[in-house]
Design a protein around this ligand. Sequence first.
Ligand code: PEP
Ligand code: MN
Length: 338
Amino acid sequence: MIVEMRRGATQNEINDVVERAKSLKLDVQLNLGTDKTVVAILGSNTGQLSTDIFAVLPGVESVTRIMKPYKLASREFKSKDTVVSVNDVEIGGKRIVVMAGPCAIESEEQLTEIARVIKESGALVLRGGAFKPRSSPFSFQGLKKTGLELLARANEQFGLPVITEIVDPGDVNLVSRYTNILQVGSRNMQNFTLLTNLGKTRRPVVLKRGFSCTVTEWMTAADYLLAEGNSQVILCERGIRAFEDSTRFSLDISSIPVIKKFSHLPIIVDPSHAAGHYSLVPALAKAAIAAGADGLLIEVHPNPKEALVDGLQSLTPSDFGRLMKELKSIATSIGRDI
Ligand code: PEP
Ligand code: MN
């Protein structure tokens, strides 16, 4: 249930709403907007309650039920776009944020070389996998803690915020110590223990869409992060499994305007894992920006032929540089910067 307070409602009036909810054993989340406050009343039995319980309280403008399963990620709870700040990089603002780097961190030389070239081309965030959730237990699983240390060193050397995937709910402190943004991979989108633990931090989280999940399930997963008080949530469309098999996954371009319509959260797109082939990545990246994505997550490798993971879908530094130039005119044409 969403309780919208009147413009200028007093703190006491807001407190009364919160107290009434608590007396009914319901949870509460506040969206303290600049001109008015919205109180989300959460709990499994709100459906049975009359909206009048809150509508009669002084200072209340309106009470509405959110019919969708997700609440805190919805525009009903927060109508203004969320902007996630990572140092001086803003995700969800006017500037499109490109995050780029290797699928897996392989060595200091590899990561340093990639950081240098992606920065030169205009990327604002360095990506690199240290814990790799591979389909086979016999595939390279990542450099783990050593990979995190290399990321932190690259962050210091190049001044680019860094993002990496976290797979173990017990690793939140470890991964947070070395990185700026924590990535929840597609296979873990519904790992609710991981989401709850990440929700307790105040670290920005990129929540990738589960490749078999609907937009509604994705936003409901985002609610797990938001419900714990972490508002720094960025969604990432990375392709879903459909009947089409000419690409690795099917990039759901529609999810971008759908998310923009129903949610206040920023959305970025990973064209690399959707495409599965380097030759298809630029077209998907351009389509994502044209459709309104707030950023991109792209795999780049200095020598894709030798990459330990996902070489086939990785761009070379020169392909990446060319793509960044091409994206500029698309960004400009829709009133955004890159
Ligand atoms: C990745 O970004 O390296 C990755 C494994 O992506 P996804 O979780 O989307 O498969
Ligand atoms: Mn990858």
